[in-house]
Design a protein around this ligand. Structure first.
Ligand SMILES: Nc1ncnc2c1ncn2[C@@H]1O[C@H](COP(=O)(O)OP(=O)(O)OP(=O)(O)O)[C@@H](O)[C@H]1O
Ligand SMILES: [Mg+2]
Length: 304
């Protein structure tokens, strides 16, 4: 059965008279990587703090593992790993020594340390002092620390902040496969679209404290794209397709652009052109990038 690990139901949050979240509703399915996307100040960290019971909502309901968040606390929190601020690591220890604190605290067998080091790909460095680690390695070690005890949910606030391209790529690889490798649902916030686009299976976009978009990555990107058609009889093609309610325009290269089409509709366009004897020598579908989706919703929001 596919259950929701996190549920926000019409959650609002105000600080004094300043409303920072309005009617935030979303759910995170088990074993998904859920990307929470928003600009600086959009409300990402506030949502995470509410999720962890560090703040109370002004209105609405928050459930973790199908229970009100307050009931999950504190025993249920062994099922949750989180990294909210820059993690504190003891730099003069080795990775193994550092992890042994949590391992003993959580009363876990010592082999758990080996397992989590393997998951974050740090086994080869386990005997080296943390002080010599790159920032990316430190971030992965922090994740290894939270993975001790096999939490069912990992919550990360901007884990790629400050990482170099290699560090980002390592983090991407790690997060993307955590559900598979560690049986863990991942909730990850970021203001970096390109990062989220590459790791998340589901996405919510928050803007000015409101969720403006929420869907699977495939649906978000796949809902529409642009079909570019190269043909001679441009005006005829335009008439044929416009009559069938397609949005057409032409670009400076003299190609016909059919916007907001799904893949299925592309097939219809081809069929209509052939049926009306409009020859075309090239047709290419360009799926909308998440960046386009994001820019559009941000602009729509700003205009409203
Ligand atoms: N404790 C607080 N008291 C008053 N206002 C707050 C408090 N915490 C956050 N805010 C305000 O709430 C809004 C959302 O902040 P939040 O930190 O959740 O944004 P964010 O999306 O995490 O941004 P960033 O990308 O910069 O981390 C901001 O306008 C912020 O100033
Ligand atoms: Mg934040």
């Amino acid at each position: 059965m596919n259950m929701n690990v996190i549920e926000f139901n019409q959650v609002s949050k105000s600080f004094q008279y300043h409303k920072v979240l309005s009617d935030v509703t979303f759910s995170v399915a088990q074993n998904s990587v859920f990307g929470f996307l928003g600009n600086n100040g959009a409300g990402k960290s506030t949502v995470i703090k509410l999720m962890l019971g560090m703040l109370n909502p002004s209105h609405g309901e928050i459930r973790l593992f199908n229970q009100p968040v307050k009931q999950v606390l504190p025993a249920g929190f062994v099922n949750i790993g989180c990294i909210v601020d820059t993690p504190v690591l003891y730099e003069n220890l080795t990775a193994s020594e550092f992890l042994s604190f949590s391992q003993r605290l959580k009363n876990l067998p010592r082999k758990e340390i080996e397992r989590v080091l393997e998951v974050v790909d740090l086994s080869a460095y386990k005997k080296q002092s943390i002080s010599g680690y790159s920032l990316g390695m430190k971030q992965r070690l922090a994740i290894a620390n939270t993975l001790l005890g096999s939490p069912k949910l990992l919550i990360l606030d901007e884990p790629t902040n400050g990482l170099d391209p290699q560090g980002m790529q390592d983090m991407r690889e790690l997060l993307k496969y955590l559900p598979e490798r560690a049986g863990c649902t991942v909730f990850v916030s970021s203001h970096l679209l390109s990062e989220i686009e590459r790791i998340a299976s589901h996405i919510a976009v928050i803007h000015g404290g409101e969720i403006v978009k929420q869907d699977s990555l495939d649906n978000l990107k796949g809902t529409s794209g642009e079909l570019r058609i190269s043909c001679l009889a441009l005006s005829k093609a335009n008439v044929v397709l416009s009559n069938a309610n397609f949005h057409c325009s032409s670009d400076q290269d003299g190609d016909l652009l059919v916007s907001k089409v799904t893949r299925e509709e592309c097939a219809q366009v081809h069929h209509l052109l052939s049926k009306n004897k409009v020859d075309f020598w090239q047709s290419s579908f360009c799926q909308q990038s998440l960046e386009n989706v994001f820019m559009k919703v941000s602009h729509q929001k700003a205009a409203s």
